[in-house]
Design a protein. Structure first.
Length: 233
């Protein structure tokens, strides 16, 4: 049996656990894989399990009647999702789609409840993580109402730089920049507008892009976007 204790030790809600508890939890997980674009969770479906990402990135997305999409969050290795239906017994609140081939670990409600009996402190960690996600959702709502489209594109780039970027002499490099379409869906605008704003940032020397890699100038990456949340989402 594969041991996922090392991965679990990096998941925010489990990182406080002792090695023995991580081992016990690891034994309860099942592996499931999805190809790129695979639908992992469908909004409104019943759900009684949560997922931990071992490999690949996923997007949490809502679809409007016209097919337009809004991306609520992007998760990657070490993140978890699907906890909302598991906790409140309601249908899935959003769709979760694989952005690339993904390998996930599944924890059923029954096994999660069993784990909580053995390690009640996980309940506090889940509350902390859900607060962090609510803070981020508050920020996104505020940005939609308060920032113009330049501010929203800038903010999402700075957030990506903070989470995934690495610093070089020239600036901060983001390796896996989401597509223009996905950036648009993250900030409630059109792909064309995102392309126009990114071109403008490039023209002003704030940003350069090559394939999926972007380089944010130091000045740009240091824009104050408020406090860092504990969540990696
Ligand atoms: P669940 O409702 O079971 O299935 C969809 C999942 O998407 C949900 O659990 C959360 O894990 C995740 N999710 C829903 N809304 C958000 C959000 N605003 N930010 C981050 N994750 C979310």
């Amino acid at each position: 049996m594969t041991n996922y204790a090392d991965l679990l030790a990096h998941v925010t809600i489990f990182q406080h656990l002792e090695p023995a508890a991580l081992e016990r939890l690891s034994a309860r997980l099942k592996v499931i894989t999805f190809p790129k674009d695979g639908v992992i969770v469908s909004q409104s479906d019943p759900g009684d399990s949560m997922f931990i990402i071992d490999q690949g990135r996923v997007k949490v997305v809502l679809y409007g009647d016209s097919g337009r999409e809004v991306i609520l969050s992007i998760f990657r290795s070490g993140d978890f999702f699907g906890e909302m239906s598991l906790l409140d017994g309601q249908p899935r609140s959003a769709n979760v789609i694989a952005l690339e081939d993904a390998r996930l670990l599944v924890l059923s409600r029954e096994d999660f409840v069993q784990h909580l009996h053995e390690a009640p402190s996980t309940a506090l960690s889940i509350l902390a993580e859900m607060s962090a996600r609510l803070r981020r959702a508050d920020e996104v709502i505020g940005n939609l109402a308060l920032l113009d489209v330049y501010g929203r594109v800038a903010r999402v780039l700075v957030e990506l730089a903070r989470r995934d970027g690495h610093t070089t002499d020239e600036g901060i490099v983001i390796r896996e920049r989401p597509t223009h379409q996905d950036l648009a869906a993250m900030i409630g605008t059109s792909r064309e507008t995102v392309s126009r704003v990114l071109s403008e940032f490039q023209r002003r020397g704030l940003l350069s892009m090559q394939g999926k890699t972007s380089l944010l100038s130091h000045g740009f990456a240091e824009i104050d976007i408020g406090p860092e949340t504990a969540s990696s989402s």
